[in-house]
Design a binder for this molecule. Structure first.
Ligand code: GLC
Length: 671
């Protein structure tokens, strides 16, 4: 709604800062502000309207937005304008991501710069650098405890170096993601230190309580995130004889977003990171930001309003800056992070598809894709312009948050099925080749999650140890088949560093007392560059995985129907061992992906293909460049095999794609 007074005041604020009216970007900024002001005010008052200082805080927020826009480098402002005209910039099939720890992958930021070519060689053009802002020495949850959001931790380098890397990546058409740890700060953050020294202004930045009565009320509804290493959600601060809320570890203090000053401070930090040149920010632990005593204090209405308000403010200052919601919660809850109701499609553009990831691992262990099919079909539809990150592994554990109704429908007991998965991936089940471990076992609920690298969980690490070439072959096929799914399914594929060469678990964390209590470190390896060098040897496991993945990436990039905004339908292949989904776009490109989740050959009736409008014997497989294998009226899929099947028209267009030259020259394709 147009509010002339609001607009007048905003314009006045802007002109007080700088006489900039003539400049094109400032005009665009004002236009964006005018389009969003009423919405921002409305969201702000929903959170803070009942506080007596809300209006002052609101106008201070306006000033912050103007100031951060003034600080925004010119090239980023121009990029914003281009991106506004092309929302496709974070949705298209050309994007392929990789996440990595700078220190464990390369060393310092400087060293990382020299490794960008390795990442590019694989075909990756979007990099998520795991937390690298200043954090306490010793325990810091892999950098997810930040003590200064405006400084790079000296163990990585400096802010200048980070800016230089951001510029370099932009120059090479690559995207950069960093984390914004928004739910908590480190107990060594200046605010926390001042709070600890008794300053009530800063104590109000956190959830402080004089005795156990409120904490006990909160505890009634709050689950424990790390029940083994950090039980409970509060920590006693002896020098104050007070309790502070610490949902994660005791050194991570939860910020109190009920205080509008906290919101403003965090908003300024978010825009500061945008101005460093971050393209897509990963908002950490977004489900936890607003607590309500007696409830789980996750996914609250207000936690969503915080994100909607942050998005609306970012849209004014930096519209070419996208948000990823790190909300590892049930599918019907995750979907809300894309925005709902009046904010439909206006919260986070991107969210992790943790459900799909866990379902893939379920299918691998069960050698049955029924749960995967039903679970994936049950993931609610998301708004246009939003997308998923599809991934196999990341730095965290695998949670087993399945839709229990589906398990019941399939006649499985959720308790026993989850227990089976944990046993299977820990290698405690007969026949399992996995080498993972249970994570965060909670004796009160019996729940556990799973740690372990992709190669360890997929059985490759053990097969290599056993020197069993048949099992090595199968594990490599499995690894490529799984990557083939996340590269074709839609959304944005995110590869986890080390998986491109099949790195196994790294147990060196056990020697470090600041890490040994957290077995997620087993799958955060120190990159083995000797192993990476083997990628050029086509007979080695490293070479087979790397080359296979490189080829899949090239093929994805030549397949416009794999862009997320196109259609996806998950099909019943008629064979529970074979997962089937169809991707198509409105220009007529259409591909059917069939994946065999078992170590035996399987067959799908050609009827399945004709029902989807294909002429089976005319079909071509994009992965091999030739026709699929038929056996009478059945299509034959080898162990852990995969087809990207398409009709002749799509195939011809695909052969004309610009990546095709690289494909023909680097791979044995179409012979
Ligand atoms: C997120 C991170 C995880 C961290 C937690 C607390 O879930 O992915 O690694 O422990 O937030 O910041």
């Amino acid at each position: 709604m147009y509010d002339p007074k609001l607009h007048f005041q905003f314009r006045q604020l802007l002109s007080e800062k700088e006489n900039v009216k003539a400049r094109q970007e400032y005009e665009a900024f004002s236009q964006r502000a005018f389009a969003n002001l009423s919405r921002i005010k409305n969201l702000f008052t929903r959170l803070y309207g009942n506080q007596k200082n809300w209006e002052t805080q609101y106008w201070l927020l306006m000033e912050d937005l103007i100031q951060t826009f003034i600080d925004r480098p010119v090239e980023l402002r121009r990029q914003d304008m281009n991106r506004e005209a092309d929302r496709d910039w974070y949705l298209n099939e050309k994007l392929v991501g990789m996440m990595l720890y700078v220190d464990r992958f390369a060393g310092k930021l400087d060293d990382f710069e020299s490794k960008v070519s390795y990442i590019k060689e694989l075909g990756v053009n979007w990099i998520h650098l795991m937390p690298l802002l200043k954090s306490p020495e010793g325990s810091n949850d892999g950098g997810y405890a930040v003590s200064d959001y405006r400084a790079v931790d000296p163990k990585f380098g400096s802010m200048e170096e980070l800016r230089r890397i951001a510029d370099k990546l932009r120059g090479e058409d690559m995207l950069l993601t960093l984390d914004m740890v928004m739910n908590h700060t480190a107990d060594e953050h200046e605010w926390a230190q001042k709070a600890r020294s008794g300053d009530p202004y800063y104590q109000d930045f956190y959830y402080f309580f004089d005795n156990r009565s409120m904490p006990d009320w909160y505890e009634e509804g709050m689950p424990e995130v790390f029940p083994q290493s950090a039980p409970g959600n509060f920590t006693h601060i002896p020098e104050l004889n007070k309790w502070v809320m610490t949902v994660f570890h005791n050194y991570q203090w939860d910020l109190n977003y009920r205080n509008p000053i906290v919101f403003r401070e965090m908003m300024k930090i978010l825009l500061f990171l945008a101005n460093v040149g971050v393209d897509i920010i990963r908002l950490d632990a977004v489900a936890f930001t607003w607590k309500i005593p007696g409830s789980t204090s996750q996914n609250t209405e207000e936690a969503h309003v915080i994100l909607q308000l942050m998005k609306a403010c970012a849209e004014v200052v930096a519209p070419g800056f996208a948000f990823i919601a790190e909300a590892i919660v049930a599918p019907h809850e995750v979907i809300r992070y894309f925005g709902e109701g009046e904010s439909y499609g206006h919260e986070c553009e991107i969210a992790y598809n943790a459900t799909f990831m866990a379902l893939l691992w379920d299918a691998v262990a069960s050698e049955d894709t029924t749960m995967l099919r039903k679970g994936a079909q049950a993931i609610p539809a998301k708004p246009d312009g939003t997308t998923w990150i599809n991934y196999l592994r990341c730095h965290d554990d695998i949670g087993l948050g399945f839709d229990e109704n589906i398990l019941h429908e399939l006649g499985k007991s959720p308790y026993h099925h989850k227990k089976y998965l944990v046993d299977y991936y820990s290698g405690n089940f007969k026949g399992s080749m996995a080498l993972g471990a249970p994570f965060a076992f909670n004796p009160k609920t019996g729940d556990a999650r799973i740690s372990g690298s992709l190669a360890a969980l997929a059985g490759l690490e053990r097969a290599i140890k056993d020197n069993n070439s048949e099992l090595i072959d199968l594990a490599i096929q499995k690894i490529l088949m799984l990557h083939g799914i996340i590269l074709s399914y839609g959304g944005l594929p995110m590869i986890y560093y080390g998986d491109e060469i099949g790195m196994g678990n790294d147990h060196s964390y056990l020697d470090d007392p600041d890490k040994s209590y957290d077995n997620r470190w087993m799958h955060r390896p120190i990159m083995d560059w000797n192993k990476a060098d083997k990628r050029v040897d086509p007979a080695s496991p490293e070479g087979r995985i790397y080359k296979g993945l490189q080829k899949l990436i090239l093929l994805r990039k030549s397949s416009p129907e794999f862009a997320d905004q196109n259609s996806l339908s998950i099909e019943d292949s008629g064979n529970p061992f074979v997962f089937s989904f169809l991707r198509w776009n409105y220009e007529g490109a259409k591909t059917l992906v069939l994946s065999n989740f078992t170590s035996s050959t399987h067959f799908v009736r050609t009827e399945h293909l004709s029902k989807l409008g294909f002429i089976p014997y005319d079909m071509r497989d994009k992965l091999s460049g030739s026709a699929p294998k038929f056996y009478h009226d059945l299509i034959e899929i080898p162990p852990y095999g995969q087809y990207w099947l398409t009709d002749k028209t799509t195939f011809d267009a695909f052969q004309a794609a610009e990546e095709m030259e690289a494909l023909q020259s680097q791979f044995k394709w179409g012979v």
